[in-house]
Design a protein around this ligand. Structure first.
Ligand SMILES: Nc1nc2c(c(=O)[nH]1)N[C@H]1C(S)=C(S)[C@@H](COP(=O)(O)O)O[C@H]1N2
Ligand SMILES: [Mo]
Length: 258
């Protein structure tokens, strides 16, 4: 099956399973057979999801020879937001990554502290929705262990990444700022990193210094640059445009799986 076909099939499968689930809930709620029917429906959903697309599969990794000589920089490449400019001016010594929201132990990590966390290096391909791809080597803290350190509360279902740059214009209320979100499957994927190095160098400003997200099973716009804060949430409908990301609020798909 082509990717487009698989996507179409996945959408259809998800829609019909969703309808089945709702119908099942309606019909069996409270009945003695309800538990068994719901358990079967849940098993079916899980099997179908696993069949259609294995969200835990690794993204392809490449040999060093294939690293792009001129990786494109896209979207914000030199944020002029004054708080970000101040951070750049003293080499990110004052930068702290905040992890808060639905967590047991909110964290504020310096760059040195983040570099001491469990890390991974990978050479992967970045695919922008505009139709270009480039390969780079990324090193960063694995997101899963960091979330475990903060201790997600049971209600947490998504991680929202709040960025320092205003791609949508600088407004006093911060409404032009870039943001993104992923679910916990992508958050705990072994290749999901808060990357602080690119091709063995400290991450340059154009590519999201000091830290950017790498979520390798998704398209370019999910790869949030200039990450300042991670917020664990149950739902993102109350955040900004409510669609889970800067480009999602402007019509892009929330799930940009590749
Ligand atoms: N904070 C922030 N993150 C962002 C963007 C942006 O403008 N601001 N652009 C996105 C898009 S569309 C792409 S393709 C990649 C570009 O990353 P690059 O500059 O490393 O190529 O970053 C994504 N993350
Ligand atoms: Mo992109």
């Amino acid at each position: 099956m082509s990717l487009a076909h698989r996507r179409a099939w996945l959408k259809g499968a998800a829609a019909s399973l969703g309808a089945f689930w709702l119908a099942a809930c309606d019909r069996v709620s409270g009945s003695p057979k309800g538990q068994a029917v719901l358990a079967r429906a849940e098993g079916l959903t899980r099997r179908a999801q696993r069949l259609v697309i294995d969200r835990k599969a690794l993204a392809r990794e490449f040999s060093p020879a294939l690293i792009s000589a001129n990786f494109r920089a896209n979207g914000s490449t030199n944020p002029s937001d004054s708080d970000y400019v101040a951070l750049v001016a003293n080499g990110f010594a004052d930068w702290k990554l905040v992890i808060d929201g639905l967590v047991e132990r909110p964290l504020a990590l310096s760059l040195a502290e983040l570099r001491a966390e469990p890390a991974r290096t990978q050479i992967t391909r970045h695919d922008c929705v505009e139709g270009w791809s480039d390969i780079a080597k990324w090193t960063g803290a694995r997101l899963g262990p960091l979330l475990d350190k903060a201790g997600l509360k049971r209600e947490a279902r998504y991680i929202v990444f709040h960025c320092a740059d205003s791609l949508g214009g600088q407004h006093a209320d911060g409404s032009g700022r870039y943001y993104e979100s992923v679910d916990l499957i992508d958050a705990y994927h072994p290749q999901t990193l808060l990357a602080y190095a690119m091709n063995d160098q400290a991450l340059p400003v154009a590519y999201g210094a000091p830290v950017r997200l790498r979520v390798e099973r998704q398209l370019g716009y999910k790869q949030a640059k200039y990450v300042m804060r991670l917020e664990a949430v149950a739902d993102f409908a109350h955040i900004r445009g409510g669609k889970g990301g800067f480009w999602e609020d402007r019509g892009y798909e929330w799930y940009a799986g590749i």
